[in-house]
Ligand binder design. Structure first.
Ligand SMILES: Cc1cc2nc3c(=O)[nH]c(=O)nc-3n(C[C@H](O)[C@H](O)[C@H](O)COP(=O)(O)OP(=O)(O)OC[C@H]3O[C@@H](n4cnc5c(N)ncnc54)[C@H](O)[C@@H]3O)c2cc1C
Length: 381
């Protein structure tokens, strides 16, 4: 083992400063009691990637009529999320779920029964709201209880929390390799901004590594061989819009199949617009030789906002007045096994050859509590 300067040794190193990495680093100090924790984040600030560029939906189960477990876990996690991050959650808007007449994988009756089974509040929407929908294409409209989070506020909270907990946050720095330096002490090769692609990284050491790099899980080299669970990446476009008059306090999801969602995006005080058919521009199964972040950098598509809007107008004619403002382009990484049921469970892998090295991916923000449960049983006495 190399001689290690104490300033270069950490009780734990978290790779990736998204919502997951930041929350896990705070947990390691606050709950597990570790003293020296570092986060390595390749962007210039925390939570710049998927944790910002998403639909900002705080899930409450409705979205998953084909995956009871995911729906049920969302219901369980919502109060916990509100308890810790409630300050960032916008609740003062109405959320409508509409069931399409054709091509829907769920009927209104089934959807209502499913909501009752998971204990999620649901009622038939007011007639003034129902009137907005094309009754030939929409069979039923329900009013439900679903909220939106402000990702900028989540980031500001994390920055303060990590500072108060003395977590060493290394921004603009990538982890490129993990090497076992003997006795399960790991050397992480990190490259700060000026060292990128020069091969001149420097090293920090630790006995515990949490790989929270989302789309980059398999991009770290050295003795780390990647995760066993198959994952898939999508290059996605979420449009940001000004909704038509009368829709600024309404979020809408049309279920369940090749449909769409539009709802408040509090961080920009706009609404997001996603469409199952148009939001993913392309997708591929993970291949360690293809760096997803490099693909994202080259991704400069023509916006599909118009196609999204044209389809949405068929269901809600007033959306012809929706105004395009911007597009959020981002990688979405999902487990291959969830393609069929559309569930969003977690990936939690202990590396078989490198004890103390964990890879973690949460399919949605509230899954953090499922990960914390796993970490509790792993790290607490
Ligand atoms: C289009 C879209 C819509 C979504 N909608 C929702 C929604 O409405 N509700 C919901 O709950 N969830 C939603 N999600 C999922 C949610 O965004 C993710 O579950 C969550 O953000 C994952 O957090 P994370 O910290 O793992 O990922 P990220 O926020 O992507 O963090 C990973 C971090 O690792 C860094 N990194 C990567 N490689 C390295 C490296 N080698 N060295 C250093 N740093 C590295 C990256 O820069 C990044 O900051 C959506 C996702 C997408 C893409």
């Amino acid at each position: 083992m190399s001689k290690i300067k104490s300033t270069h040794f950490f009780d734990a190193v978290v790779i990736g400063g998204g919502f997951y990495g930041a929350s896990i680093a705070a947990y390691l100090v606050e709950v597990i009691g570790l003293k020296k924790v570092a986060i390595i984040e390749k962007e210039k600030a925390l939570m710049q990637r998927a944790s910002y560029n998403n639909q900002a939906r705080v899930h409450n189960g409705y979205h998953y009529p084909r995956s009871y477990t995911t729906a049920y876990r969302s219901r369980t996690n919502l109060p916990k999320f509100l308890n810790k991050w409630g300050f960032s959650v916008k609740t003062d808007f109405k959320k409508l779920y509409a069931i399409a007449t054709r091509n829907s994988k769920v009927t209104p009756k089934q959807f209502e029964r499913f909501c009752n089974e998971i204990g999620a509040p649901i009622k038939i929407a007011d007639s003034s709201d129902r009137k907005q929908f094309n009754s030939k294409l929409i069979e039923e409209v329900f009013e439900v209880e679903e909220f939106a989070f402000d990702s900028s506020q989540l980031r500001q909270f994390a920055e303060k929390e990590l500072k108060d907990l003395n977590v060493n946050v290394m921004l603009d720095t990538s982890c490129t390799q993990i090497i076992n330096d003997g006795f399960n002490i790991y050397k992480c090769i990190v490259e700060s901004a000026g060292q990128k692609n020069t091969g001149n990284g420097h090293a920090i050491w630790t006995s515990k590594i949490f790989n929270c790099t989302y789309s980059g899980l398999n991009q770290i080299k050295g003795e780390f061989e990647g995760v066993k669970t198959r994952v898939k990446h999508e290059l996605t476009e979420m449009a940001l819009i000004v909704p038509p008059d009368g829709f600024s306090d309404i979020g809408i999801t049309v279920m369940d199949g090749p449909f769409f969602s539009t709802m408040p995006f509090p961080a920009r005080q706009l609404h997001s617009m996603s469409h199952v058919r148009y939001t993913p521009h392309t997708s591929w199964e993970d291949d360690a030789d293809i760096n997803p972040y490099q693909r994202l950098e080259r991704f400069r598509p023509q916006s599909r906002f118009d196609r999204m809007r044209r389809d949405i107008m068929r269901y809600i004619p007033s959306f012809c007045d929706a105004k395009y403002v911007d597009s959020l382009l981002e990688l979405k990484t999902v487990l291959v096994k969830n393609e069929v049921d559309d569930g969003r469970p977690i990936l939690f892998e202990k590396d078989a050859k490198l004890p103390g090295v964990y890879s973690i991916l949460g399919g949605k923000i509230d899954n953090i509590f499922d990960i914390i449960e796993k970490l509790d049983s792993e790290l607490r006495d």
